[in-house]
Design a protein around this ligand. Sequence first.
Ligand code: ADP
Ligand code: ZN
Ligand code: ZN
Length: 731
Amino acid sequence: MSHQFIRVALPVPLRRLFDYRLPERAAMPVVGGRVRVPFGQRQLIGFVVEQNVTPELDPETIKPVTEVLDQEPLWPLSIWQLLVWAARYYHHPLGDVLSHAAPALVRQGQLPRYEQTTWYTLTKEGEAVTPADLARAPQQQRLLAALANGPAEASVVRALDIPASTVKTLLDKQWISTEQRSNEPQNWVFTGANDPLQLNTEQAVAVAAMKAPLERGDPTVWLLEGVTGSGKTEVYLQAMAPVLERGQQVVILVPEIGLTPQTVARFSKRFNVPIVSLHSGLTDSERLQGWLQARDGKAAIIIGTRSAIFTPCQNIGLMILDEEHDNSFKQQDGFRYNARDLAVKRAHQEGFGLVLGSATPSLESLANVAAKRYQYLRLTQRAGPAQQAQHAVIDLKQQRIESGLSDQLLTTMAKHLQAGNQVLIFLNRRGYASALLCHECGWVSECHRCQANMTLHQFDHLLQCHHCGAQKSIPRQCGGCGSTQLVSQGIGTEQVQETIARRLPGYGILRIDRDSTRRKGQLAEALNAAAEGDYPILIGTQMVAKGHHFPNVTLVALLDVDGALYSSDFRAAERLAQLYLQVAGRAGRAEKKGTVVLQTHHPEHPLIQELVNNGYSHFARAALEERKLALLPPYAAMALIRSEATSKDAAEQLLKAIANSLQGVDNVTVIGPMPAPLGRRAGRYRYQLLLHAEQRAPLHNTLMHYLPTFEKLPETRKARWSLDIDPQDFA
Ligand code: ADP
Ligand code: ZN
Ligand code: ZN
């Protein structure tokens, strides 16, 4: 009998598939199911990609499959196709893409099934027992009584304080029996929406525009641009209602885990349907249960972060991606996908409507609106009682400054505090100071593993590197000359807190940054306390910028944005504009009018003028025009190849070799190699090579053609490299 072979994708960093032989008389495993196979000295779990293949190698040398794990594909065909497409688009090994998309327990080889629980039932013999038979065994009597009305779950029996030994005794006597039951949830029904709001005209137009395409299952993409507080969430809720009513599922993607509880709360208040949330804070088993409920249609609403884009759904009718401009939809390591772009692809493949919502849409999405690929919906007014905030710029050149706080800002803060309101001070730098500096010789507290300074953390009494996490105690003397004249440089949130406490005494201060919210639950607690108005003064990093509602805040101040004004990153202006408006959106959400203050040394800078006087849309139109002239994304395609190695030379030589092999390629410009902006991290030197093309196709084809040769370059033995398609971050 001749052998049969299958082609398998394995979670290894090689852009190729592997052939394995089936054991004699084994049934052909399904495409999309898992197999356990030998790989080198290890056993790996892989995914069957093709059946009945003719192997490329000598069949005699091909190893057999160890074990077939699935009788059915893990994913429905639509998700399988999305994953295969993503592996091609991002030029990432298919096995790694598939294992990334699978729940951890499935990746590790467990069967994808609902949790099983133990149930106890009376047997015929057990039913015949009378209390008198057990006069001297009260525990046994209690257990029999508990089961008299029908089977009970083990947890119920445990809650009755019946000892395990009693259970065992009755099992041995065969008076009771056990059975495993699956915790598969019931099917759900839509029972209407609780207290929908009366929509304003713009909201009503948006909801109406979505109605018919959603009914038809058209893969329409809507960009819903609405200033903070304009009622985007109400639009989502009302667009969802008819979808749920048809029995279809809705998927909602949010940028970060911190936003999921708030989102879940709002959606569960409106609809009495099962909601699952999928994010990195869950245990592996909770994640698998949620994944199954989504796949089988048992969950009506699925709320998750980036990776939830790969969650299979039995019957999806609508997907919503909130804060679509947010960078966290892009995975920055390993499989570097963009969940927003995959959502668009998935909508087309699966046939459902997609809403991209933001107060500050990405330039990519605005370009897609201009190209008529997306439909544009706008909410220009704040809904409900909130009023539009007022913007002001403080020229730092004219001011006395202490710890980054101008006198004018402190005076303004005092006014808002005296009126009983809250103020929010935004500074995207945690710690006390960016560095420790010797006043006599100029020595700086550098990290010895990174090309970066170590941050001074006064409250924890240490120096910490924010790039590799290295820590050491604060030196008393200069590492260069031994002087004791050490001074701090660059202001962090701790220092702002200290100075505010001194300059505006008597007001409670809550600092929200990564250091103050390290323990599990601390962030949610802090955000709650902030929203409740427990602290008059809030100081925060970007953690407070996203989506959280602080109804009593009437003053928001951004301390330091000057770094972004003259950055070499072509996206810096867009990021600053988005951050500015996101932070500004925290002010004046309730009845109170808000003020947004920006401190800068460059009040005349066109970007600042544009933002303060004309708003985001105006800025975005001008920025898109600039990108077009400069042939930058979204009007060009880019790929970034990064290398790193413990030797500087090895990191550079690898990219030189790659650049050399690309010489003479048409329609793709190769720029570099050049050192990465952070030239060394955690002891490794880092280089970059940028590939730029006016059209996506030549870039894609070039990579398709040359990547296999890159993998074989001898220089890869001394340096690691990675590929980033549509890079967002050039650090
Ligand atoms: P966004 O998501 O755009 O920031 P929200 O949906 O959170 O805005 O709405 C902001 C506030 O306005 C919320 O308190 C919400 O309840 C209220 N709101 C939204 N739509 C309406 C409406 N049509 N009528 C009255 N209040 C509304
Ligand atoms: Zn010194
Ligand atoms: Zn470091």
